[in-house]
Design a protein around this ligand. Sequence first.
Ligand SMILES: Nc1ncnc2c1ncn2[C@@H]1O[C@H](COP(=O)(O)OP(=O)(O)OP(=O)(O)O)[C@@H](O)[C@H]1O
Ligand SMILES: [Mg+2]
Length: 231
Amino acid sequence: MPLIEVEGVSHTYAGRRRPVLHDITVRLDEHRIGVIGANGSGKSTFARLLNGLILPDHGSVRIAGHDTRRDGKRVRQLVGFCFTDPDAQIVMPTVAEDVAFSLRRRDLRGTALRARVAETLARFGLAEHADHPAHLLSGGQKQLLALASVLVTEPALVVMDEPTTLLDLRNARQIMTLVAGLGEQVVLLTHHLDLLAGFDRVLVFEEGRIVADAPPDQAIDRYQQLMRTGG
Ligand SMILES: Nc1ncnc2c1ncn2[C@@H]1O[C@H](COP(=O)(O)OP(=O)(O)OP(=O)(O)O)[C@@H](O)[C@H]1O
Ligand SMILES: [Mg+2]
C-alpha cells in the first residue's frame, strides 16, 4: 500500500479566519481506512488534501513519497477521488464514453480501448447500460459509473467522500461489496458506520482535529460518545 504521510497540516479556506484543520499529523498505510466525524469537522477537507485538490497552508502531504505541492501531477495519477455526488464527476454523454474519457491520456485506441471499457463496465454491472445516456442512470448506477471511471485509471489509492450517502440500502451494499473486493488502498469518509466493519483503521475528526485513531469498534464508540456529550 502506498504510504500516506500527513505532517503538521493546517488549513484555512480563503476568506475565512478560523482554520478548519489544526496541525494534523498522521501516517497511513493500511488497506482500509475509515474517516468519521460530525458535519463540518474537516473530513472532506482532509480527503481533498490527499490528492492535491487542496494544498495545505502549513505542513505537507506526501503519497508514496510524492509531495502534493511539488509533484501534484504524479499524486493525481496515484490517487483516485470519488465525490459524494456522482453528477459532479460524470462528464460524458454516455456510460461507455465516460469510462473511455478517463483513459484519454493512456496509449489505448480502437479495439484495445473498447475492450478495456467493456471489461470495466462488466465488472461494475453496467455492461447493459454502455450506450445509455449517463444522466438517465439511477443514483446507484451513477455512483457505480463514477467509481468505474476512477478505477479504470488504476489508482493506487482511492479516496471516497461519502459515496453511499445518496443511495438506498441495496445500492449502498452493492457499492460496498464492490469496494470490499478492491485490491486498491481505500480511504472512505462516511456517516454510515456499519460500512466500516472489517476496516483496518478509523480516524475520528472533531473540530479539525483527529480525536481518535483506532480499530472500527473503538473509534465508533468514541464518535458516538462525542455525539452524545459534545465532548
Ligand atoms: N470551499 C470552502 N470555503 C470555505 N469554507 C469551507 C469550504 N469547504 C468547507 N468549508 C468549511 O470548512 C469546515 C470543514 O468542512 P468539511 O467539508 O471538511 O467538513 P466535513 O467533515 O466533510 O463535513 P460533512 O460531514 O458535513 O461532509 C466547515 O466549517 C465548512 O463550512
Ligand atoms: Mg464532507
